[in-house]
Ligand binder design. Structure first.
Ligand code: ATP
Ligand code: MG
Length: 634
């Protein structure tokens, strides 16, 4: 909140007023076209302009308020200044839009921006007070006051001054414009009304508006002959909201102390209803009216020069002529200063105002380039508290980093981040990458194994089918066996790889004399253990293999001797019986295998393979080892 200024562009909205009865009677045509769904206006045939908002003839006052002013009032509650000003040729609807006209029979939905803003402001005050009461927090205090000035013939006049007479506007006013240390503009000698309700403020506005200089011209029956600036000052004392800092440490500090810290926020909102630019030929002004018209145009020209200087990127660094007129001096904050600013450019849709409308559109286009520097208006004590709180949080974070070893002071006294932190983060990244790779590879292996199993099963089934012995049951059984064999093979390969790496690490360790007391030195039992274990396993595997080979040989002999005795023809029934028995045996074996250890499973598989080999001697071929290539399996 107490940070530096944020850049915010001046937002520009365009409002086209409906055709007046007079214009319709005189047969004027509409020369404006708003692109549907786009904030774009086409003037005549081909002059297109884009703004932040474009409001066509039928737009209601409420919609203008919602889009252009609502957020600015909310910003005031957070300490941001705001300005909204209406610009355009005479009779284009500026006073109607701002709501300073005050017709006697004005309807609720015809209320302009200022009365709506006043209602919104006081509603906001009430809501905030109520919310604080409900949450059991101290109720925020608000002080609202208003000023109403008019700039008539380059003189600043106080519209709240009830003592001034009509002739006073011809004398020199004693209102002075000053600049504070931060570049903010303020006035001296102006009546400031402190108000406590919306109704009171609207009453003030009405009185001020009625004493504003207006006169009838050929272009507007109630033409404003001065620029009017209505200013609301809002001062708020509230409990600091810690949510904005989103800082855990801060919250902890506040909770532990349980002391409410207050901040004072101020904001000023300028509502500016400019007098319209006019061509004396068209307004038919003479005498005082002509003098007013010239003065109005001078003020608007100075405003245009300021907008050009601020909006033109090439001229940005050059001098901005704020002091050329009192209007630009009063609006110095609003254009290029600390304020969120919206300009409402008002235009007539009639073709006879084509040139004036085009000028307004160009003027508005330049204003879009202005960048303001907005910042929260917070009192010094609150700012300091906020800065200190941020500093405490930063220091606590730093302390935590020192404690955890993330930060350290080097030998040269320079502080820096521990190398281990960098290394650790790099390793973590690498680890994550490797994990992803391993997962991908594992999936590939599974897929390949499934493919291999399928191929081998198909081959085996083909062989059996050729021999006329294939059946679905046997096929499934074969598939299960092959699957199992493949899994065991994978495990074996894995164990061999582990074994190999253990062997390598052991041999490396043995060549490191410094660590293990030189070659031939004594190894620690922990390091020898894996090697011993591995060689034990290999020994056991060899023995088991030998045993199985012996058994197989014996069985072969037995089978051969039995076959000699057996009759050559076997009935179909016997064969079926035998097949059923084989399937049953296989199932039992599968059941058992689920509970067997790795070594028992391996032994069983080898036995199964041996049985197949035995059968192979009397039947057509079947692959003895799934790993062999098909060509070598005959
Ligand atoms: N959106 C609108 N809907 C209906 N009537 C409008 C609208 N805008 C302007 N008017 C009417 O047009 C006339 C001129 O409007 P207004 O006095 O607001 O113009 P202005 O721009 O303030 O002119 P000036 O610069 O001379 O003061 C008024 O009668 C007003 O009621
Ligand atoms: Mg007006």
């Amino acid at each position: 909140m107490s940070g530096g200024p944020d850049e915010s562009s001046v937002r520009v909205a365009l409002r086209i007023r409906p055709q007046l009865a007079k214009e319709k009677i005189e047969g004027c045509h509409i020369c404006t076209y708003v692109m549907p769904g786009e904030p774009q206006l086409v003037l005549g045939k081909d002059k297109a302009f884009t703004y932040d908002h474009v409001f066509d003839m039928d737009t209601q006052q409420e919609s203008i308020y919602t889009h252009c002013t609502e957020s600015l009032i909310e910003g005031c509650f957070e300490g941001y200044n705001a300005t909204i000003f209406a610009y355009g040729q005479t009779g284009s609807g500026k006073t109607y839009t701002m709501g300073t006209g005050f017709d006697v029979n004005i309807e609720e939905d015809e209320l302009g921006i200022i009365p709506r803003a006043i209602n919104h402001l006081f509603r906001g005050v009430e809501e905030r007070r109520q919310a604080a009461t409900e949450q059991g927090k101290p109720v925020p205090e608000f002080k609202i006051n208003a000023q109403f000035l008019e700039l008539y013939n380059e003189e600043v006049l106080d519209l709240f001054d009830s003592t001034r007479d009509i002739e006073a506007r011809k004398q020199r006013s004693n209102v002075k414009i000053h600049e504070d240390a931060n570049g903010g503009i303020y006035t001296v000698g102006v009546t400031t009304r402190t108000v406590t309700s919306a109704a009171e403020m609207i009453q003030c506005l009405k009185l001020g508006a009625l004493s504003r200089t207006t006169a009838s011209t050929q272009m507007n029956a109630q033409s404003s002959r001065s620029h009017a600036i209505f200013t609301i000052h809002l001062c708020q004392v509230r409990v600091c909201s810690l949510d904005n800092d989103d800082n855990v440490t801060d919250n902890r500090l506040a909770n532990s102390s349980e002391i409410n810290e207050f901040e004072t926020l101020t904001a000023k909102f300028h509502f500016v209803d400019l007098a319209g630019s006019e061509r004396l030929k068209r307004t038919g002004a003479t005498g005082d009216r002509a003098k007013e018209g010239i003065s109005i145009n001078c003020g608007l020209l100075a405003l245009g020069n300021v907008i050009s200087a601020l909006g033109d990127r090439s001229k940005r660094s050059s001098h901005v002529p704020y002091r050329d007129s009192k209007l630009t001096r009063l609006l110095q904050d609003s254009l290029g200063g600390n304020s969120q600013t919206v300009m409402i450019a008002c235009v007539s849709p009639s073709d006879r105002d084509f040139m004036e409308t085009l000028n307004t559109l160009k003027y508005a286009n330049r204003a879009r380039n202005i960048k303001n520097k907005v910042m929260v208006n917070q009192d010094k004590a609150s700012q300091q508290i906020s800065t200190l709180r941020t500093e405490i949080a930063r220091l606590q974070m730093e302390l935590m980093e020192y404690k955890t070893g993330k930060r350290m002071v080097g030998e040269d006294g320079m502080e820096g981040i521990n190398d281990l932190v960098h290394e650790n983060s790099m390793l973590q990244t690498e680890n994550n990458n490797l994990r992803v790779r391993v997962k991908a590879m594992q999936e590939t292996i599974d897929a390949q194994r499934a493919r291999l199993t399928q191929i081998l099963t198909d081959q085996a089934n083909q062989v059996l089918a050729k021999a006329g012995e294939g059946s679905e049951e046997i096929g499934n059984m074969i598939q299960n066996y092959i699957k199992e064999i493949e899994e065991l093979r994978a495990k074996l390969l894995e164990s061999e790889a582990v074994n190999e790496s253990l062997r390598k690490s052991l041999s490396r360790a043995s060549t490191r004399p410094s660590l293990y007391g030189g070659p031939g030195g004594s190894f620690s039992p922990a390091l020898l253990a894996p090697e011993k274990e591995a060689s034990d396993v290999i020994e056991m595997a060899k023995k088991s293999l030998e045993k199985l080979k012996k058994k197989e040989r014996k069985k072969k002999k037995r089978v051969l001797s039995k076959r000699k005795c057996r009759t050559t023809t076997t009935s179909e029934a016997t064969r079926r019986q035998r097949r059923a028995a084989t399937t049953k045996r296989a199932r039992t074996r599968m059941e058992r295998r689920r509970t067997l250890t790795w070594w028992e499973t391996r032994r069983l598989t080898i036995l199964t393979l041996t049985n197949w080999r035995r059968k192979k001697t009397s039947r057509p071929t079947w692959p003895t080892s799934p790993a062999r290539s098909p060509s070598s399996r005959s």
